[in-house]
Design a protein around this ligand. Structure first.
Ligand code: NAD
Length: 360
């Protein structure tokens, strides 16, 4: 298969490329490096079946060229991370809605299969346990900034399914529930890498709220295997799937486990949501997926335990800290990185990268 991954230098996108390359697929990745990193795909640069381009999904001609080359598009590029969404709401809405519109419109012209990345956030404040794909979405009010992410992703889902119904564009929607593993960054408010970094640096492990809220953490390696199967299963088209782990853990328990597994002496402290994010920030107490639907269709079951994941993330973060000589948290938000912000973008030094005109 020839596969385009938007957001290909991101956390899930880079693991997806690893997996699909193992299956023998050829990959084109596009990413503007706003939350992704060239470091995530460094190891892929020498693979002759891997090509990448630094660019934005908002750039129609670039995306058109890439869509042309591929059979399948995994549309993962998006504004991601609670902190980022609160701080850059315009960017969130525009990237997630207009970007998806551009991808779907171009894919429809060539009838290319599209997998749209959605999120468990679309279930919003619903207190149902577990969440099934056909459940109602209970979204909070627009004055609470965090809901813009859920709404933008819900609109993506509506749009994708509308393209399927009206234009017969094959579309599969996947709702990721907290997906974790090595390479995920804590910069934009992701809890596990943040706890691990704090624990390794001997800093306080900071739990937002009272910590009784619970989440289910799915291993990225399990998730990308499911994605690889879905695009090879015709019956998946026109459907929505939860992908995640249904093993629930409170955030207090997560902090305890991180502390124990890393052997850290960091204290566990609590910070009110109003200080962590904004006044009136709303969180949901539980978020558990039903994975029955995807299990029935492609046999997906979460296989990797949370303790194993924490160990892998800790090993990865230790190595990263050792390489960079740093020990603290990197909290800087970097939006819209220009290509020349990194020396690694010089196309002359990267023969495998696609040039701005689209030639390898
Ligand atoms: P990520 O931030 O690592 O990946 C997103 C990638 O998109 C980044 O590499 C970023 O640089 C890129 N990007 C953003 N705007 C872009 C643009 N305009 N043009 C090109 N590239 C752009 O996060 P992730 O966790 O890998 O998320 C991937 C997808 O999965 C996203 O759509 C996200 O909403 C969804 N998702 C992730 C989770 C999770 O727990 N990781 C949960 C729910 C949904």
């Amino acid at each position: 298969m020839r596969v385009l991954i938007t957001g290909g230098a991101g956390f899930i996108g880079s693991h997806l490329a690893d997996h699909l390359l193992r299956l023998g697929d050829e990959i084109w990745a596009v990413d503007d490096l706003s939350t992704g990193s060239i470091e995530n795909i460094e190891h892929l640069k020498t693979n002759r079946l891997y090509h990448y381009q630094i660019g934005s999904i908002m750039d129609g001609p670039t995306i058109a060229e890439l869509v042309d080359r591929c059979d399948v598009i995994f549309h993962l590029a998006a504004a991601v991370g609670v902190r980022l969404i609160i701080e850059s709401p315009v960017r969130t809405i525009e990237t997630n809605i207009r970007g998806t519109e551009i991808v779907l419109n171009l894919a429809a012209k060539k009838r290319k299969l599209v997998v749209l990345a959605s999120t468990s956030e679309v279930y919003g404040k619903s207190n149902k346990v577990p969440f099934s794909e056909d459940d109602d979405l209970v979204i909070g009010p627009p004055v609470r900034g965090r809901w813009s992410y859920a709404c933008s992703k819900a609109i993506d889902e509506f749009l994708g399914l509308a393209y399927w119904k009206e234009k017969k564009l094959p579309v599969i929607v996947v709702r990721f529930f907290n997906t974790v593993g090595p390479r995920q960054t804590g910069r934009y408010g992701m809890v596990l890498p943040t706890f691990v970094r704090q624990a390794l640096a001997g800093e306080p492990i900071t739990v937002f709220g009272d910590g009784t809220q619970s989440r289910c953490f799915g291993y990225v390696g399990d998730v990308v295997q499911a994605l690889g199967k879905l695009v090879r299963t015709e019956a998946a088209v026109g459907q929505v799937f939860n992908i995640g782990n249904n093993d629930e853990v409170s955030i207090n328990e997560l902090a305890e486990r991180v502390k124990k597994i890393t052997g850290s002496h960091s204290p566990i402290v609590h910070k009110p949501y109003s200080k962590a994010y904004e006044e009136g920030f709303e969180d949901m107490p539980r978020r558990v997926p039903s994975v029955d639907k995807i299990h029935k269709l492609v046999g997906y079951r979460p296989r990797t335990s949370l303790n194993e994941i924490i160990r892998m993330v800790a090993d990865f973060e230790r190595a990263r800290m050792a390489r960079s000589g740093k020990s603290g948290n990197d909290t800087q938000i970097r939006w819209g990185a220009e290509p020349d912000e990194s020396v690694e973008f010089e196309s002359s030094s990267i023969p495998k990268a696609i040039s701005p005109t689209g030639h390898a």
